[in-house]
Design a protein around this ligand. Sequence first.
Ligand SMILES: *[C@@H]1O[C@H](CO)[C@@H](O)[C@H](O)[C@H]1NC(C)=O
Ligand SMILES: *[C@@H]1O[C@H](CO)[C@@H](O)[C@H](O)[C@H]1NC(C)=O
Ligand SMILES: *[C@@H]1O[C@H](CO)[C@@H](O)[C@H](O)[C@H]1NC(C)=O
Ligand SMILES: *[C@@H]1O[C@H](CO)[C@@H](O)[C@H](O)[C@H]1NC(C)=O
Length: 313
Amino acid sequence: MSRLCSAFVLVLASGWCLCGADVGNFAPCLQFFHRSWPPKGLTGTPICQRYNNQYRFATLYSRARRSPWLSAYVYGTPAGKRPSASWKFEPQVRTLKHGRMEVQPEELAYPGADGNMIPFPPGPVDQNVVDSQAVQLDYINSTFSRGHLNPSLHHQSREDRSATFTLTNTVPQKAGSNEGPWEVLEQTVNKTLTAYCLGEAYLVTGILPYLSGERWLKNHRVAVPEYMWSAYCCPNYNASLPEELRDTFPTYAAVGRNDPNSTEEIVPVCKTAKKQFRGYDVRRMPLDSLETYLKERFGSVVSVFYEQCSGSD
Ligand SMILES: *[C@@H]1O[C@H](CO)[C@@H](O)[C@H](O)[C@H]1NC(C)=O
Ligand SMILES: *[C@@H]1O[C@H](CO)[C@@H](O)[C@H](O)[C@H]1NC(C)=O
Ligand SMILES: *[C@@H]1O[C@H](CO)[C@@H](O)[C@H](O)[C@H]1NC(C)=O
Ligand SMILES: *[C@@H]1O[C@H](CO)[C@@H](O)[C@H](O)[C@H]1NC(C)=O
């Protein structure tokens, strides 16, 4: 009975059902999830991130936080330089009279838009956009950088890379993390996947909110995460792995600190790290450890990958 109950609660809490016309859905972009199976156990607004008439990745967005819970994408070996950032917004995301947000291509913040993300105009931004999501001014003169969940580095084509520069894919991230251990993680994952992943690699990168007492960017619009996390699933890999990578396939995960003042239960601090990066450590861990922390933090069972990425592709 108790098992039935918890299964029932999970379905209710998961938010993936198309319960009403006021939520978007991942149906057009399931290809960015392993086995077309979006993570379970988190509630938010699904966004199929579209740029130049193609879906590029998927985001589970929080209207209340004006920032994403997670972004999911398929890894592509990078080629060439990081594109110069042209920051974009999501015309599909708008606030409704009832204060809820919807993602519906036929009702746009910008009339005439076609579901593609749009670069911020040089001048003032439509109030509908300002109300529903983070804008450039939220980050300017704050003490946080724009932290990509889906990073430009993990994509091959210029357009896939440009598409990551949308504020619906970013969270307030301290520079000490973004330019330090978190960047090292992104590079390590890049190297590991290009070297040993033989088929598709599916990544999901998200955040852990503070347990109590949310923090916000300066004008109280965009919530700051306490931690960032990331996990990959590569079902088809080269089994002749070097000793140090033995535990990192088919799936592996990590959690990174975004606040030097956080306690050390989830990620210990390396006291000898360079001063600018101290307190921004990243801890690598198996997927089930990550899922334990997700469960603790969200108060519900969170499953990142279908059957924890076990089994063949
Ligand atoms: C940012 O801070 C600088 C220096 O205090 C100030 O001149 C500038 O107007 C601020 N910009 C915004 C957008 O608040
Ligand atoms: C990412 O991986 C590719 C392929 O191994 C490599 O050429 C490139 O230098 C890597 N980029 C970074 C920033 O690590
Ligand atoms: C698998 O890795 C081994 C050792 O690094 C390498 O010799 C071999 O060519 C790789 N196989 C494939 C299919 O990439
Ligand atoms: C950490 O806590 C100290 C003391 O409360 C505070 O001065 C500092 O601004 C905090 N650092 C960050 C990055 O929040």
